[in-house]
Design a protein around this ligand. Structure first.
Ligand code: HPA
Length: 235
């Protein structure tokens, strides 16, 4: 047990999928895993452990934004010894060729600030994903026929962004999508020598304004969960 995770030692698998939304953790675990058991409900941030193709896996909500994700990832790594962490979430598309429903595999994550800023101070550390996970995720996405883009994302601290100019610069520099967690996940994985990746479904588009209809969100989310699971155990 940690401050924020009620699971007993051994209740958490070495591989953890991290949706922001705890109810997505419940849905993904009940849909894709067998022998599922609830391992955490502290603060309603649900976590489940089960089996996928003979492998133990935990799906744990991370909450929204990097400060929340940082709490869960620190405890998962330092107290439960988690080795592979894959964020599964949504992002806003930033390039014309990145369409709603596509999947973005985040090779790097740019940010204005992260919870680790106090360590790096004036240094611009580049948070980047684990290569073996990127490679396996792309292979799994291709096998499913999901349109997939690999490249940089922007991990923002705000959903309701007042800095239109900043988004313009991100678009200009080829950033594929905006979300709110990947950069700190990659930094923590680097600090502790673990593997991390973010696999993201494009749920809306910043320039076209298109958004995934509510009734199609589950299906797109499911594709992403399957890609993340395949990547975790094929790498
Ligand atoms: N901004 C930040 N995070 C997001 C967005 C967005 O537009 N869409 C999905 N996650």
């Amino acid at each position: 047990m940690t401050i924020h995770i009620g699971a007993k030692p051994g209740d958490i698998a070495e591989t953890v999928l991290l949706p922001g939304d705890p109810y997505r953790a419940k849905w993904a675990a009940e849909t894709f895993l067998t022998d599922v058991r609830l391992v955490n409900e502290t603060r309603g941030m649900l976590g489940y452990t089960g089996t996928w193709n003979g492998h133990q896996v935990t799906i744990q909500g991370s909450g929204m934004g990097m400060p929340s994700l940082s709490i869960y990832v620190n405890e998962l790594i330092r107290d439960y010894g988690v080795k592979t962490l894959i964020r599964i979430g949504s992002c806003g598309g930033m390039q014309d060729h990145v369409k709603v429903r596509d999947v973005v595999v985040a090779m790097s994550a740019s940010a204005i600030s992260t919870p680790s800023q106090a360590i790096f101070r004036e240094f611009n550390f580049t948070p980047c994903a684990d290569w073996s996970l990127i490679e396996a995720a792309v292979k799994a996405a291709k096998a499913k026929g999901t349109t997939t883009h690999v490249g940089g994302v922007y991990s923002s601290d705000v959903f309701y962004d007042e800095r239109a100019d900043l988004n313009e610069q991100m678009v200009r520099h080829g950033i594929l999508g905006v979300e709110m967690e990947a950069a700190e996940l990659y930094i923590l994985a680097a600090r502790y020598g673990r593997r991390a990746l973010a696999v993201l479904t494009v749920s809306d588009h910043l320039t076209t304004g298109e958004a995934l209809p509510a009734d199609q969100r589950e299906r797109s989310f499911g594709d992403m969960v399957e890609i993340a699971l395949a990547a975790a155990f094929d790498s």
